[in-house]
Design a protein around this ligand. Sequence first.
Ligand code: GLN
Length: 380
Amino acid sequence: LANRLNSFSDSVIRRMTRIANQFDAINLSQGFPDFDPPAQLIAALKQTADTGPHQYEVTWGSAEFRQLLAQKQQKRMNIPINSNENVLVTCGSTEAMMCAVMTVCNPKDKVIIFSPFYENYGADAILSDAQPIYVPLIPPSFEFDKQQLRHAFEQGAKALILCNPSNPCGKVFTHEELSYISELAIEFDAYVITDEVYEHLVYEPHQHFYLASFPGMKERTITCSSLSKTYSVTGWRLGHIIADKAIIDGCKMIHDFLTVGAAAPLQKAACAGLAFADEYYQQLTQTYTEKRKLFLDGLDQIGLSYYPPQGAYYVLVDISSFNPFTTDFEFCEWLIKAVGVAAVPGSAFFKEPEYRYIRFHFAKKHETLLAALTRLSKLK
Ligand code: GLN
């Protein structure tokens, strides 16, 4: 078999879901909701079963999907988006990110990745024959060292991957940080590939800014996002890329030969969500604000220490006081079997040898979160 299989491992996040299922644990590892998508999406999906489409859509996504997405994001991102020239519909942001890296990187090009990072990015770079350069985000605020980031660009980086709001640490990059990243990207003529799937999950007083809207960045930012988190449809595998025409034209070629296209009936049904008014997104933020509070309050009561997330739906919990475990993975296995709750070992997200954290997600019904907290209270 090919050598590249030795350059990365399977996804620890997905592995934890398989172990959680095996032991019937409450799964707070892989981040996905245990509640239904909005009723309008389900109704639209049922209707699509009758009316179709059931055959291939246009490779880059249905015209209706692209138009609705362009309308929605143009308002939010504050840049002009032409649905024919600047939008590509992908099979989740997982494909979007891979497609973006493959579109801009030649073999041996360097890609900057902040650590901790969502584990796909390492594989995205490696599978594209690019070389990751990791720059740490330093707890407790997960700020980066400006000199260190500059140094990474000085090494000739072709692109930087920016997850904002960030999985797993919940960091929301400030306006000032994004301005600095923009200045470096322009100075060193690099691309920035963003993963903004948690764009609607930002907690007060923090605010999300789209990097593509910063001066000089529209031309060099490849904005990837998805419907998974925004409409609670992680299994529909619908994502998208927004970028300048020249970049999108490249992404379209890669996407075409990788997938031919995202599922046509699901694109059709998803249009019901893309047409929602702004209130939907405000309500979504509100719902997650409540889940965040419920879960963090519960962790406080148990006495577990953690980094309060500014956005997204994850929390890194410090397990260093639980001594006998040699690794975070061992701790997580024990947590599944003895306590009945699944988390992701933090080391899956760090480049540095870091075994102090586990990651929970709180995209669950209140009753599920309460049941998990009851089980976790045994840790006291
Ligand atoms: N983004 C989610 C997580 O980090 C789900 C990842 C996945 O399995 N696609 O848990």
